[in-house]
Design a protein around this ligand. Sequence first.
Ligand code: 5GP
Length: 112
Amino acid sequence: MTIFEKIAARQIPAEIVHEEDDLLAFRDVNPQAPVHVLIVPKRCIPRIGEAVASDADILGRLMLAVGTVAAKLGVKDTGFRVAINHGRDAGESVPHLHIHLLAGRPLEWPPG
Ligand code: 5GP
């Protein structure tokens, strides 16, 4: 099981901020902004570039959850950024697809 599957199974604690049947959102253990949440499918897709056509439904749900979570955490109006890291050069460290939702401070562009 990946770390995020263990969080979904409540085998590892996390501060969960939103849950749906097939996805979960919880605060990053090493936050890079005042609001830093990871939105993940409960079923592991290793990384975005390996998603397949049959993942289209969950990918859409994950994207829709971004707005829901941003509204829940009060950052939808002030703004937020989403990021997905794929592979070594992007700094991916957990092989389970996750959307970073960052907010609560001005976010530089371009990202480093
Ligand atoms: P990546 O670098 O793969 O895009 O992002 C992985 C993220 O997962 C990192 O921001 C890291 O802090 C977070 N993370 C790793 N292990 C855990 C954990 O056990 N719990 C939580 N809540 N976040 C984790």
